[in-house]
Design a protein around this ligand. Structure first.
Ligand SMILES: [Zn+2]
Ligand SMILES: [Zn+2]
Length: 240
C-alpha cells in the first residue's frame, strides 16, 4: 500500500523501516523523506491522492538521519518544495552528512540500527534548507504547524504539532511505537536530553501520535505518553 489514511487529511507512507507522512491542507506538506531511493514511492503516494508533484509545497524534516533525509534532495528537485529543518541538523545536511556519534539503548535492535546509522552508508546528497529554524516556531504551512525542539536523539530534532483532530504530534524518532509498543527511540546522541524531551512532549495535548518507526497511535495519544513517561510537565516558555 503506497499510502494509508491516519485521519482526515493525514496520511502515512510506509517506506520499509521508516514512515513519512503527508498532510493534505493548503496544498501538500510532507514530513520526512525515507531512505535514499524513496522518492518514487512518495511521489506515487502523492499521485494516489490525486495530486501532482508540484502540489507538494513543503517538506518538514524531523532530523538529519539517513532514513529521514535520504530522499530529500530528490524530492526537492522533483517538486520544488521548500525544506524546513532545525539549524543544528541543517548544517550537516547541507554538507551531505546525516549522523553524529550515537549510542544504542540496550538490545539487539538498537544495536542493529546503530550499526546501520554509523556504518559505511554513503553520505546523502547535500540539501540546502530553505527555512532554517533556530528553535520553537509557528510554521505557516498546512494551516499552521508548531515546530517543537526535541533534542536527544539528534541535537536538531524537531517534533511537529498540527492542531487538527485534537492535536497530531509528529514525533520523529523522539519516541517509537515498534510492534505497537510505545518506547523511547532506540539510539541517542544524548540519552539524558532525550529523556527530558519525552517528558516535555508528554505534557502536550494530542490525540494522534505519528512516529518515524512504528504505527501511529490514534486516540488519546498524549495519555499513552503520560502513562509511559510519568512525571511529564509542561515546559516553561524559556525551555522551548
Ligand atoms: Zn533517527
Ligand atoms: Zn529514524
Amino acid at each position: 500500500m503506497a499510502v494509508t489514511q491516519v485521519a482526515a487529511n493525514l496520511y502515512r507512507i510506509p517506506l520499509g523501516i521508516v514512515n513519512a507522512y503527508l498532510i493534505d491542507h493548503d496544498g501538500l506538506t510532507l514530513i520526512d523523506t525515507g531512505v535514499p531511493g524513496s522518492a518514487p514511492k512518495i511521489l506515487a503516494a502523492v499521485a494516489a491522492l490525486g495530486r501532482r508533484p508540484a502540489d507538494l509545497g513543503h517538506i518538514l524534516v524531523t532530523h538529519l538521519h539517513i532514513d529521514h533525509t535520504g530522499s530529500l534532495a530528490a524530492l526537492k528537485a522533483a517538486t520544488g518544495a521548500k525544506v524546513w529543518m532545525h539549524a543544528a541538523d541543517a548544517a550537516l545536511v547541507r554538507e551531505g552528512r546525516c549522523a553524529r556519534p550515537l549510542l544504542p539503548v540496550p538490545g539487539l535492535l538498537p544495536w542493529a540500527i546503530h550499526t546501520f546509522l554509523m556504518g559505511d552508508s554513503p553520505p546523502i546528497e547535500p540539501v540546502e534548507t530553505d527555512h532554517v529554524l533556530m528553535g520553537a516556531a509557528e510554521l505557516p504551512v498546512a494551516g499552521g504547524v508548531s515546530a517543537i525542539p526535541a533534542p536527544g536523539h539528534s541535537a536538531g530534532q524537531l517534533a511537529f504539532l498540527w492542531p487538527r483532530h485534537g492535536g497530531v504530534l509528529l514525533v520523529g524518532d523522539a519516541a517509537a511505537n515498534w510492534r505497537g509498543r510505545l518506547g523511547p527511540g532506540l539510539v541517542f546522541e544524548d540519552l539524558d536530553e532525550g529523556g527530558r524531551t519525552l517528558l516535555r512532549l508528554a505534557a502536550l495535548d494530542f490525540q494522534i501520535a505519528c512516529f518515524g518507526h512504528g504505527s501511529p497511535i490514534v486516540g488519546d495519544a498524549s495519555g499513552a505518553f503520560r502513562a509511559r513517561w510519568p512525571g511529564a510537565r509542561r515546559p516553561a516558555a524559556s525551555e522551548l
